[in-house]
Write a protein that binds this ligand. Structure first.
Ligand code: BGC
Length: 348
């Protein structure tokens, strides 16, 4: 496993970059800053490699980017309405950083922490990252210990295993926020990519992108990706949910039993032939198509990341679950262990 210096945070903490490689030449680079997936090099149908995730060459790009590229997101990925929730009869107030809501863990979430790293020596190339979040961090209860292992196997699967424990009951929702562009990062928008989601339902939102509590059938809506459909095919249709999300920025309810690793999504770039499958044990997946990317960030290939130049498949619990008893629970009890797995498989 290669390791290099990636730069320093404003507080002077040093971050590193680790590169995992398999025998097919697929490479995944991960920085200890935010545990971010910095690059993923995968072949097209002619065997030509491209870097298929948005990102930056050094830490400065990450310090300046406000769109969570590649990052490990916590404690609570996605939104919690008005940054508050009650647990065991106690009201908790979180840092609000997205209008009146709390997004992706608050002001200094896990994406802005320097994680401790350790190479896992036996088996496929793997990197273990750990992070300790003290009681009250960003308003969340409980001292939380988080472990994330990235493993790249010989089938070109990047596997992400999450686990966590707390000393006090808390809520938790962890994800990875990689933006993929299977034609190569910086090569334009992803509207021609063809997506298929294993989801009969999605969770509609209000104007703050907070779920209304409904779990709505995708049938007959532009959210029906049960058959492979270009991401851009219906994105400009007149549809209340597309308008509220400024495009796709929604949680889909993954079919099948949460807790078992099952197919959540497949995205294909017809031009290069690259295929990305996402499997997860999580109950939901956020399809976010980079609606808020504004072209002001210039990435690894020195080209700006414009609107919809990448898509995210954020495997997760549903947004705002701490305030939604009807959604699968995000409560982690003291003494219990949270475990979750997501696999991104690359093929042609
Ligand atoms: C959210 C978007 C948000 C983005 C931040 C996504 O997970 O769903 O609404 O703008 O993260 O980069």
């Amino acid at each position: 496993m290669l390791k290099r210096y990636f730069g320093r945070t404003a507080a002077g903490e040093a971050a590193d970059l680790y590169t995992l490689a398999n025998a097919c030449g697929v490479e995944a680079s991960i920085t200890t800053y935010g545990g971010a997936l910095v690059s993923l090099k995968a072949p097209d149908r002619a065997g030509r490699f491209a870097d298929v995730v948005l990102g930056f060459h050094d830490i400065d790009g990450y310090l300046n980017a406000e769109f969570y590229p590649g990052a490990l997101v916590g404690r609570y990925a996605n939104r919690i309405a008005k940054g508050r929730f009650a647990l065991n009869g106690v009201e908790y107030k979180l840092a609000c950083n997205n209008g009146e809501n709390s997004l992706h863990g608050g002001i200094k979430g896990f994406d802005k922490a320097v994680w401790s790293a350790c190479e896992i020596a036996d088996g496929d190339p793997a990197l273990e990252l750990t992070h300790f979040s003290p009681d009250g961090d960003e308003g969340y209860p409980g001292a939380l210990s988080v472990r994330v292992a990235y493993t790249l196997n010989q089938n070109s699967e990047l596997r992400i295993d999450y686990s966590a424990t707390t000393d006090k009951d808390t809520v938790l929702n962890l994800t990875n926020h990689a933006y993929f562009n299977l034609a190569g990062e910086g090569s334009g928008d992803i509207l021609g990519h063809v997506a298929q989601l294993n989801a009969d339902r999605f969770t509609p939102v209000d104007s703050g992108l907070i779920p209304t509590g409904e779990s709505r059938p995708v049938e007959g809506t532009p959210f029906d990706f049960r058959r492979p459909t270009p991401i851009g095919a219906r994105v400009n249709e007149r549809d209340e949910q597309l308008e509220l999300g400024h495009g796709y920025d929604h949680n889909f309810v993954v079919n099948g039993r949460a807790g078992t690793l099952r197919k959540a999504a497949r995205v294909v770039d017809p031009k290069s032939g690259r295929v990305l499958d996402a499997l997860t044990t999580e109950p939901g997946i956020q399809l976010y198509i980079g609606n808020f990317l504004d072209g002001l960030s210039v990435g690894k290939s020195a080209r700006p990341y414009g609107r919809r130049s990448g898509f995210c498949l954020e495997t997760q619990h549903f947004p705002d679950s701490p305030n939604r008893p009807e959604f699968p629970s995000t409560v982690l009890r003291a003494g219990e262990k949270f475990e979750s797995t997501t696999v991104f498989r690359f093929s042609v």
